[in-house]
Design a protein around this ligand. Structure first.
Ligand code: CMC
Length: 435
């Protein structure tokens, strides 16, 4: 806590209220309003939480003005260059980079928790073949609570660890099962000798009737995307996991709530929406028309993959993915180069446009990620599922931080009520039709 104090004068009583200022390790100071209501009887109003810190956290830091992203203090660029997704998962969960032995033990534990209970697997048969995979994945993850309810005591650190390893290990298996169900293909069991991303590609693309070799370039690309997506502090889905988890609910149910929040096009669903948009634009000659639509207040169309609540500069993850697109499309000899070129052109036009300059709208992580997923052969409807697999690590880490914090209270926001004042019930014969 800083020595600094903010003073508020209550206009009715003229009482002065001193508000303490909390000092973070990085970022702006935070004014503590915890005692505001009891002292002054007023609430605060901050729709969308643009200026509200909902918790203390020591996991991830984002500086939106400078375009900085740190996991446990390590810059995302360094992790993207030198680390692996499993090592990053360990770092996020435990706060420090692992030693060789710690990494080996963690990797082993994740590899040996990949199978699903066969009953859980049969759930997929209940879904229509064209159900959106996000609907299937959130439904099946929520159902995991029915399988591990008795053995998950969230007050026990050991049980929290087991939950973390289980969900991180099983979510690719669930995702692959959703994919296979939508294709009408037999489910492929995990192969635990494979690393996390190779195993995922194996479960997605191998079929019992043929041999399948995982392309190491594809596995490496996926691993890098997963590092970039692993956490992003108090975003919509992570805040959802925290809010749901704050009631003490089963952690699988809390993660399922996060998956549902991620699905929306303003959040993780943007990667799918970007490809839909690029396909709709079709050619560089139509870019002007779509930029004009994005600027038109009367048109709901937005440039998908552009803009961010926190980044008012280039999203550092987008910079890394953009570079990766160049390399990967060449290495995979992918046929998607025209779509990537269209995206590059669209970015160039938008970044020169006054509307996007004035509003600080830059490409975000989702602008280029779909192009890579497509090059890897992953269908559009699975893009957000890929995001969910990676972000699951962040959700679990935040959930653990919250549950272990003795200061955690149930999340319960207040409101600015603008409905009718108190009124008396009227019998049906005495009511007039509302205008
Ligand atoms: N295209 C056109 N105009 C935009 C866009 C866009 N993509 N994004 C924001 N604006 C405008 C918006 O209309 C508003 O204008 P005005 O001030 O005149 O009303 C202004 O910029 C501020 O936008 P906002 O909606 O108030 O900003 P926000 O912080 O509430 O929303 C956002 C952030 C990411 C939801 C928004 O930028 C957006 O909808 N982007 C497109 C969807 C997208 O790419 N989402 C992925 C986000 S990154 C990954 C993730 O979170 O999972």
């Amino acid at each position: 806590m800083s020595d600094e104090r903010y003073s508020l004068i209550d206009p009715t009583s003229a009482r002065r209220l001193e508000l303490p200022v909390l000092e973070p390790t990085l970022g702006p100071n935070v004014l503590s309003l915890a005692g505001l209501y009891s002292h002054s009887g007023v609430f605060t109003y901050d729709p969308g939480f643009g200026a509200t810190a909902s918790c203390t956290s020591n996991i991830t830091y984002v500086d939106g003005e400078k375009g900085i992203l740190l996991y446990r203090g390590y810059p995302i660029e360094q992790l993207a260059e030198h680390s692996t997704f499993i090592e990053v998962a360990y770092l996020l969960l435990h706060g420090e980079l692992p030693t060789a032995e710690q990494l080996q033990a963690f990797d082993h534990s994740i590899r040996t928790h990949t199978m699903l209970n066969e009953s859980l697997l049969r759930f997929f048969n209940g879904f229509h073949h064209n159900a959106h995979p996000m609907a299937m994945v959130s439904g099946v993850v929520a159902s995991m609570s029915a399988f591990y309810h008795d053995t998950t005591d969230i007050q026990m650190e050991h049980d929290r660890d087991v939950f973390a390893h289980r969900i991180i290990a099983k979510i690719p298996t669930i995702a692959a099962a959703a994919y296979k169900h939508s294709k009408g293909q037999p489910f492929v069991y995990p192969l635990n000798r494979l690393d996390y991303c190779s195993n995922m590609l194996h479960m997605f693309f191998s079929v019992p009737s043929d041999s399948y070799e995982v392309d190491p370039v594809a596995a490496q690309a996926l691993d890098l995307l997963f590092i970039l997506h692993a956490d992003h502090e108090q975003n919509c889905s992570t805040s959802t996991v925290r809010l749901a988890g704050s009631s003490g609910t089963n952690p699988y149910a809390a993660i399922a709530a996060g998956i549902s929040a991620l699905w929306g096009p303003a959040h993780g669903g943007a990667n799918e929406a970007v490809i839909n948009m690029l396909e709709e634009i079709g050619s560089a000659k139509h870019i002007g028309k779509y930029i004009a639509r994005a600027k038109d207040r009367n048109d709901p169309f937005r440039l998908m993959g552009f803009g961010h609540r926190v980044y008012k500069n280039y999203d550092p993850r987008a910079t890394i993915i953009r570079k990766m697109c160049h390399r990967l499309l060449e290495q995979l000899k992918a046929s998607d180069t025209p779509l990537f070129e269209l995206a590059l052109r669209l970015e160039e036009v938008a970044l020169r446009d006054d509307y996007f300059i004035e509003k600080n709208l830059y490409p975000n992580v989702d602008f280029y990620s779909g192009i890579i997923y497509r090059a890897l052969g992953i269908p559009k409807s699975m893009f957000t599922v890929m995001f969910a697999i990676a972000r699951c690590v962040g959700w679990v880490t935040h959930w653990r931080e919250m549950v272990a914090d003795p200061g955690t209270r149930i999340g319960r926001p207040r409101q600015l009520y603008v409905g009718p004042p108190s009124r008396n019930y009227r019998a049906i014969g005495e009511r007039e039709e509302a205008a």
